[in-house]
Design a protein around this ligand. Sequence first.
Ligand code: B16
Ligand code: MG
Length: 215
Amino acid sequence: MQNGINAIIFDLDGVIVHTDKYHYKAWKLLADRLGLYFDESVNNRLRGVSRMESLEIILENSDYARLSENEKTALADEKNEKYKEFLQSMTPEELSGEVYDTLNALRERGYRLAIGSSSRNARLILDKIGLGGFFDAISDGNNIINSKPDPEVFLKAAEFLSAKPEECAVVEDADAGITAAHRAGMKAAAIGDAVRYGNGDWNLDNFAALADIFK
Ligand code: B16
Ligand code: MG
């Protein structure tokens, strides 16, 4: 065990599995239909951010920003329907052997393992990649009011695990998620896009590096 840490909370999209590419494709279809600019750098700003907040980022500085809440909800639903179509084609092969083996090694060492995701589709994604019953707790977009960088999703995950915040570490690909972990009183390991901001307590070159930190 690492410095009193006995539970690890994993972000889902961009950490456990690369559903971020499906978010990109689904938002791109919507942005193209509306004639709005959208590229990877805009997509990076959506990491860990809720669906409606993501839409606001895509619509900002356009006439669509003044749409009613109902009209915006319809656009978010349009994106989510496309996104779910992409999710339906996912198979357990999208879960890498590296992630699967590392999760199992951490569990064998006695760590409790949870998901802390802003997504309302988290359980569907976990089912599709064969991890439906794997985690000790799942905190996701369905049980929170405020999304990252608010700490709510991670505090809920700790509560579901009956763990204290200081016993938990978070693994995140979003800088907003690293901030959320710190606000929750948890240490945070940055992976992927989050590494370049330098705010993590650890910076991971790859997922397997977790096994060198959490012994
Ligand atoms: P949904 P994470 C987040 O998942 C994504 O990073 C973010 O891009 C997305 O907008 C959010 O979930 C909501 O997803 O539309 O499926 O409810 O990274 O927190 O696991
Ligand atoms: Mg993420």
